[in-house]
Structure formats: C-alpha cells, structure tokens
Design a protein around this ligand. Sequence first.
Ligand code: FEO
Length: 405
Amino acid sequence: MKAIEIVKGVYWVGAIDWNIRDYHGYTLPGTTYNAYLIVGDKIALIDSAYTGFDQQIIERVRSVVDPKKIDYLIANHVEKDHSGTLPALTKMLPGVPIYCTANGKTGFSKYYDAKDWNFHIVKSGDTLSLGKGKTLAFLEAPLLHWPDSMFTYLAEEKILFPNDAFGQHIASSQRFDDQLGKEESLKHAQKFFANLIIPLAPRVLKKLEEVGSIKIEIKMIAPSHGVIWRSYVGDIVGSYVNWSNGVARDKVTIVYDTMHGSTDAMAKAFAEGIMDEGVEVKVCILKDGKSEGTHRSNIVPDMLDSKAILVGSPTLQNQMYPTVADFLSYLKGLDPGKLTHKKLGFAFGSHGGHGGTIKLITADLKAAGIEVINDGFEVYYKPDMTEIERCTEMGREIARRVKSL
Ligand code: FEO
C-alpha cells in the first residue's frame, strides 16, 4: 500500500472502503476516508479512518516514513469515519499530542477509552509549525459537521483540510478532481451536500464569508471523503454557495408511492402538465426494498436541484404510506427551508375510505420549510378523466410558478 504525494512533503495516506453501501441512511457506491501526512522537520497526520481500516492508514504512512515517527495527530472531527483508527494510532504512539477542539476532546473521550490520550486543545487562529516551511493553522467550524469540527490549513502550500465539507462519497482509484472529471466530482459532491449539508447551509455561507474576510488563499481543498479539489476549487466553492442559497433549475421533483395505481396516475398527469410548460420534471416512486423504487438519498439531490417538490401517497389506515412517511421524515431532518431560496410544493393522493393523507403530507412539507402553495389534491378511489385533467392543469400551474421565480 502506497501513499500519494499531493504536493511536496504532503501525502494522501487514506483508506478506500470499496464495499460500504449504506451510511446512516445514505446509499453510496463506497467511499474513502482521507488522511494526510505532512512531513516537515516534524511529522503530522491529519485525520484517520473508520474502525477496521487501521492497517490501510499505517501501511500507507509506512511507505513514506516509519509510522512511529509521527509527532502529532490532528483530529478535525469526532465522527467515527474519521477517528476510528485513533485507538490503534495512540496505542502505537503513546503520549502523542492530539490537536483538536474542546468539543473534540469531549467527543473522543465519550467514544473511546481516552483517559491517557494527550489532548492539545486548539482555537481558531492557533498554529503549529512543523518546520521546513510547513505551518498548520486551525479554524473551528462548529456543526460543520458536528460541534467538534474544525478545519486545518497548511499555510505555505495554501491547502485547506476541511474534513467533511466539500467531500463526496465515492470509492475510486482517482485521488484528484481532474482525474475523476469535473462533472462526476461535482455530481458526487452535490449528492453529499443534499444528504448531509442542507441543514447546515446558513453555517456554510457564514464560514465561507469568514474565510473570505480573513483573505486566506486556497489553492487546494483536501476533504476527508472522495477526490481532492485542485483543478476545480472555484467550481466546488461556487457550487457550495449556490447550493446553500437554494439556487435551482426550472425543475420539479415528484415523489410518491402507490397502492393500486391511482396515486401513480396522478403523479404522471402532474408530470405531463409540467412538461407541457417546457419545465424539467423528475418522477420518483418510492417502494422501499423493491428494485423499481428510488431510495430517499437518491431523490434529495433532485429535490435540491428543483424549485418545487410534489409529494403523493394513498391513505393507508388513516395514515400516509410508510415509504412516504420515511421520505418526509428524512426531508424534515434535512430542512430545505434553511436554504436561502425556498422550494414550492404541494401534496396529492388517493383513498378508498376517509382519506386525509394530504393534510398530513402538507403539514410535513411545511415542517420541512417547503412553501406549500395550495391545499393539495386528493381523489376518491381512482382518478377519472376530469380529475386527471385537473392534475395536468395543476402541473402546468406549478411549472408556470417555477418559471416565474
Ligand atoms: Fe464523514 Fe461527519 O463524518
């Protein structure tokens, strides 16, 4: 196993997790846990990897230096995908200083038997000189992703190590954005943002403003998942600004499940109306556990990219379908209402009894910060031709609203 030198004296020594397919409800085609070795007169290791990946990290370090020569561990984030190797590293390096935030120390001490760990608490603006023109500067970034998070900056090389921020969940042999390709890199970054960063959008904008105000130049962004940004730094930073602001295309995402085809017929009629107005539409049926369904984590990137979202469900025992409840629970957690520009939406569905699901969906859409534009549309049994035409016209109406934004 080898390290990859990303600039002179700075090495990627991370782990590739080819097989992971689910990470707290997010489907992913594998991922990487990036760690970086900085070699000056002193040697620092930034971040580590998920539990079980100890040897990948240690062996990649060994391809550059004896791992026992590491002088400092820099721990940007407590979450186990970046700290799971710390017990092995601290065992190999007893007494090694661990640079982290105060919240980091609290978190590590809860997750691990860390009573003998030598924590060194840092605050924004603190620095650590490694010699040979290698100075690390620290910037607290609370809640990007957890309260403990911080960014590390290698001043002379102008490399930002922002941990989760700007990351992508992808396992590949490519280490850089220009190797994976701009479109592919941004696509995976957008999915990562949609599934993890939306609720943090105001903090992202504030942190970018803060970084801009202290006028630090960034030539490279080395996140802790996915490829390193060296050719498309402006594109990924610009995309984070746009995504945080809720900048979207003239596009509508329709999400639903169906019992006997009635809600499905309504969804497709809305889509026809939207297309009549020349607006892009993505139709996503849920159906958890069945191959034809779309997983929630593959829907939210389309939702982020859309100016409106329609959510439909049959009524089942006076409730919405479990798959739709699952999706809306996820959506409420993501809270797209935190984006600067709000998304429009409404509910729809069918029933063969008392109905009422659209009220529940409407309440959840509002709780997720969606600007609900009507009371929704619910049909009894199966939509007839008049009701189908009404769905189509409602599709045209929302498409016109989208175009006017
Ligand atoms: Fe990649 Fe918040 O962990």
